[in-house]
Design a protein around this ligand. Structure first.
Ligand code: MN
Length: 716
C-alpha cells in the first residue's frame, strides 16, 4: 500500500485525521527499517504499512495508525523511544512503548500451558486498549504471511500461540472478524489435512445440498414476513472450518448435510422486532430446550448482542438461528467501533458533535467500560472481569513460567501455587535474584525463586500475610494435622502414665470400650482426646481396670498431686511449642528449669517454672496440674529466655550488651525498654538459647561487664 492510499483510506472515515503525523510516521518507519527484509523477501517496511492498513479497517484514530507504522522501530531498529517522543509527542510514544513491551513479553517464555494467564497479562498491560488493537493487527499480518517462514516448527509454534492467545483476545474485545481469520490461518498451519478435508466436505455438501439450506432460508423468510415483519433479511451462514473442527473434536459429531453446519441469521430493524421474530419462530417450530440464549438483555462481556435459539425443522433437522439488528451485526463483526459509528450517524437534533477528542475516543471508552463492568453469564472465554486483572500480579518462575496471583500475594503464595510440597517446605525466597522476607508483596513481572528445606514445615505465622486460599488451606490443614499428632503424643504419655500408676501397662488392643465411649475411630484419636483433656485418662483406666482404680481410691482417698510416686513425669521436649504444649509468657521456662504443666481443656498444656507467681491462681484446681519434665537427651532446638537488665545510660552501652550476648552464642529476638532515667536504662531482653545453662553463661558474661548494673531472669 502506498502512502497516499493509506492516508486516503483514513480520511474517508475521519476527515479530521492528522495527515501530517501519518505522513511523518510513514517516512520515519521507512527510513528506520531501511534495507531490512521479511522472510518473504519483501522490504520489512511493507509490514508496518499493512498493519496500519488493517487498523484503518477498524476506523481507528491517527495516533493508532501512527503506532501501527512505528510499532517495530524501537525493537528492531536504532530508533529510540526518545526519538519517537520528540517527533510524535508523548501519546504516540506511550502507545509504541506499550506495543514494544508486549512484544518483549511474547519472546520471554514458552507458554502453551499458560495461555489464560498470558491473555490476562496482555489485557492488564495494555492500559490503553489501542495498544492491544495494534498488537492484534500486527499478529494478523504476521499470520497472513506465515507461509513464508521455512521452519515448520516455528510456523506451528506461532500458529499455536495465535490460537491460544490472540484469537481469544480478538474475541474478547469483540472483533469476530479478526478472530475468525486468526483461527483459520492458525488452523491452516497446525492441521492442514483436517482443514482441507472439512473444506472438501463442505464443497461436496454445497453441491448436493444447496436446496436444503435455501429451502429453510426461504421458509423462515416467508414465515416472518407473513407474521408482520416487513424489513427482515434471513441469511444462511456456513460455520468456519475451524469451529466445525473444534466441535468435532469436542463431541465427536459428524455432519451429514449442510444444514447441520449452517447457522441462520435473521437481521431485523430494531430490538422489538428481534423478540417478535423469536416469538414467531418459537410458535411455529418446536424449540430445542436449553439452547435459547438472550444476549440482548444480557450482552456478552465483549459487547456482543443477539438472540440465539435452535429449533426442529419440518424435516426433523436442527436449525440454529441468531436474531439481531443490523447494528448488533456490525458490532459482532467489527467490535464497538461500529457501534459508535451508528451513534454518530444518528445525529441527535442536529447537535454539534462533542469535541473532536471526545468523538475519537468515546467508543474506546465505551469498550473499556463494557469490559470492566458487564459480566455476561455466558461469556465462555473469560470468566473473570477485566477489573479483576487489576487485582492480580503476574510473576515468573526461574524457568520463565508465568503465574498469576492476587495482588498482595507473597513468596509463600507463589510457592504454594507452584506446588503444595514447595509451599510446605519453603524457608526463604529470592525476588529478581535478591533474598527477600517471606512476607514481601510481589510485583508484576518479578522473577521469584523459592528456597526449600526438606525438614521444614509450614509456619502458623504465615497465615497472617498469605493472600491465596490455596496457601491458607494448606497451612491450616498442616496445623490441624500437626496439632492432632502432638495432642496424640502428649495424650499417649499421659494415658501410659495413668495406667502405670494403677499397676497396669497401656495396651492399645484393650482400649476398645474407651474408643466407643469417646466416639474415637482409633487409638490415635483417643490419645489426641486425652492430650486435649488429660483428666479423662483416669476415667479410661477405670473403665478398663475398674477394680484396681476402686481399690486405689479406697486406700488413698485423698491423693494430691505434686507430692506423689517416683513415677517419671511427662516428657515434653520434642513437642512443638504452640501446638499441644505452650511455654508461659510470664516465666519463659527453659530446659533445665524445674517446671510444671497447667492443663486447659482443648488447648493443651501450658508450661511454667515451678516458682512462677502465676501458678497461685491454679492452687484450687489440682486436677489441672500435670507433672512434666524436659527429657535431657532429646534435641529440643532453641528456646526463648527473658532477662531483666539494667545498664548504665552512656553511649555504646547497648552495643556492649548485644555484643556480650552474641559472643556467648545467644540471639536477641526482642528487646523492650521498660524504664529510663538520667543514669540507667532498664529493659527486657528475649534471647534464643539452648537451655538454662546457656542463659546462665550469658548472664554471667553480662554481670562481668562494668556498664551492666544488674541482670535477672524476668518474672512477671
Ligand atoms: Mn510487527
Amino acid at each position: 500500500m502506498r502512502q497516499y492510499e493509506l492516508v486516503e483510506r483514513i480520511k474517508a472515515y475521519d476527515p479530521g485525521a492528522d495527515e501530517d503525523a501519518i505522513n511523518r510516521a510513514y517516512v520515519f518507519s521507512l527510513r528506520a527499517h531501511g534495507s531490512q527484509v521479511r522472510a518473504s523477501g519483501d522490504p520489512y517496511f511493507s509490514h508496518p504499512v499493512e498493519v496500519a492498513g488493517i487498523l484503518s479497517e477498524l476506523k481507528l484514530d491517527s495516533a493508532s495508525i501512527c503506532t501501527g507504522l512505528l510499532h517495530d522501530t524501537v525493537e528492531d531498529t536504532v530508533a529510540t523511544l526518545d526519538d519517537i517522543e520528540r517527533q510524535f509527542g508523548p501519546e504516540i510514544m506511550r502507545l509504541v512503548d506499550g506495543v514494544t513491551k508486549l512484544s518483549r513479553l511474547e519472546i520471554q517464555s514458552d507458554r502453551t500451558k499458560q495461555a489464560e494467564n498470558f491473555r490476562k497479562l496482555l489485557l492488564a498491560m495494555s492500559e490503553d486498549i489501542r495498544v492491544l488493537f495494534v498488537k492484534l493487527a500486527d499478529r494478523l499480518h504476521n499470520m497472513r504471511t506465515l507461509h513464508h517462514i521455512d521452519s515448520l516448527e516455528k510456523r506451528q509454534r506461532i500458529a499455536r500461540e495465535t490460537l491460544d492467545i490472540y484469537a481469544p483476545l480478538a474475541s474478547r474485545i469483540g472483533i469476530a472478524h479478526w478472530k475468525d481469520e486468526l483461527e483459520d490461518l492458525a488452523f491452516l498451519h497446525l492441521n492442514p489435512e483436517a482443514r482441507q478435508s472439512i473444506i472438501a466436505r463442505l464443497g461436496f455438501l454445497r453441491q448436493h445440498d444447496t436446496d436444503v439450506v435455501e429451502k429453510i432460508r426461504a421458509e423462515l423468510q416467508s414465515l416472518l414476513v407473513d407474521n408482520g415483519l416487513s424489513r427482515v433479511a434471513v441469511l444462511g451462514r456456513e460455520k468456519r472450518p475451524y469451529s466445525i473442527w473444534k466441535k468435532m473434536e469436542r463431541k465427536n459429531v459428524e455432519f451429514e448435510q449442510l444444514s447441520d453446519i449452517v447457522a441462520f441469521r435473521v437481521v431485523v430493524e430494531d430490538i422489538g422486532a428481534c423478540y417478535q421474530a423469536l416469538g414467531t419462530i418459537h410458535s411455529h417450530y418446536r424449540m430445542v430446550p436449553g439452547r435459547f440464549k438472550d444476549f440482548i438483555s444480557t450482552p456478552k462481556v465483549n459487547g456482543y448482542r443477539s438472540l440465539h435459539t435452535t429449533v426442529i425443522g419440518v424435516e426433523g433437522n436442527r436449525i440454529e438461528i441468531q436474531i439481531r439488528t443490523r447494528e448488533m451485526h456490525d458490532v459482532a463483526e467489527y467490535g464497538l467501533a461500529a457501534h459508535w459509528k451508528y451513534k454518530q450517524d444518528a445525529k441527535v437534533d442536529g447537535q454539534a458533535p462533542v469535541a473532536t477528542e471526545g468523538r475519537q475516543y468515546r467508543w474506546l471508552r465505551e469498550l473499556l467500560d463494557i469490559l470492566e463492568h458487564a459480566a455476561g453469564p455466558d461469556e465462555f472465554l473469560e470468566h473473570t472481569k477485566m477489573e479483576m486483572f487489576a487485582d492480580q500480579v503476574f510473576v515468573f518462575t526461574p524457568k520463565g513460567e508465568l503465574i498469576g496471583l492476587p495482588k498482595s500475594a507473597t513468596p509463600i503464595d507463589f510457592a504454594y501455587a507452584v506446588h503444595s510440597e514447595v509451599g510446605d517446605t519453603c524457608v526463604g525466597s529470592k525476588v529478581n535474584g535478591r533474598m527477600v522476607p517471606l512476607r514481601t508483596c510481589l510485583q508484576n513481572g518479578d522473577q521469584v525463586e523459592v528456597l526449600t528445606s526438606k525438614t521444614s514445615t509450614p509456619n502458623p505465622i504465615w497465615l497472617n500475610f498469605v493472600a491465596t486460599g490455596k496457601a491458607r488451606t494448606r497451612i491450616r490443614r498442616f496445623i490441624r494435622q500437626q496439632q492432632h499428632a502432638e495432642f496424640a503424643r502428649l495424650g499417649k504419655e499421659v494415658l501410659g502414665k495413668a495406667f502405670r500408676q494403677f499397676g497396669h501397662a497401656l495396651r492399645e488392643k484393650a482400649l476398645a470400650p474407651a474408643l466407643k465411649r469417646y466416639s474415637c475411630a482409633n487409638s490415635d484419636d483417643l490419645f489426641a482426646a486425652v492430650g486435649q483433656a488429660p483428666h479423662i485418662a483416669r476415667d479410661i483406666v477405670g473403665m478398663i481396670h475398674p477394680d484396681s482404680v476402686k481399690k486405689a481410691e479406697q486406700q488413698r482417698p485423698k491423693r494430691t498431686r505434686g507430692r506423689k510416686t517416683k513415677e517419671q513425669p511427662i516428657q515434653i521436649r520434642g513437642l512443638i511449642p504452640g501446638m499441644a504444649v505452650h511455654f508461659a509468657g510470664c516465666c519463659h521456662p527453659l530446659p533445665g528449669d524445674r517446671i510444671v504443666g497447667i492443663v486447659t481443656t482443648g488447648k493443651g498444656v501450658t508450661v511454667h517454672t515451678i516458682d512462677c507467681d502465676s501458678l497461685q491462681q491454679f492452687v484450687d484446681q489440682p486436677e489441672r496440674w500435670l507433672d512434666v519434665a524436659w527429657n535431657t537427651d532429646a534435641d529440643g532446638g532453641m528456646h526463648t529466655g527473658r532477662i531483666d537488665v539494667v545498664v548504665t545510660n552512656e553511649p555504646g552501652s547497648l552495643s556492649t550488651l548485644s555484643t556480650a550476648i552474641a559472643k556467648n552464642g545467644g540471639n536477641i529476638s526482642n528487646l523492650k525498654i521498660t524504664g529510663r532515667s538520667e543514669d540507667f536504662f532498664e529493659m527486657l531482653v528475649d534471647i534464643q538459647v539452648e537451655d538454662v545453662r546457656h542463659l546462665a553463661n550469658i548472664m554471667a558474661a553480662l554481670r562481668a561487664d562494668p556498664v551492666i548494673t544488674s541482670v535477672e531472669r524476668a518474672r512477671s
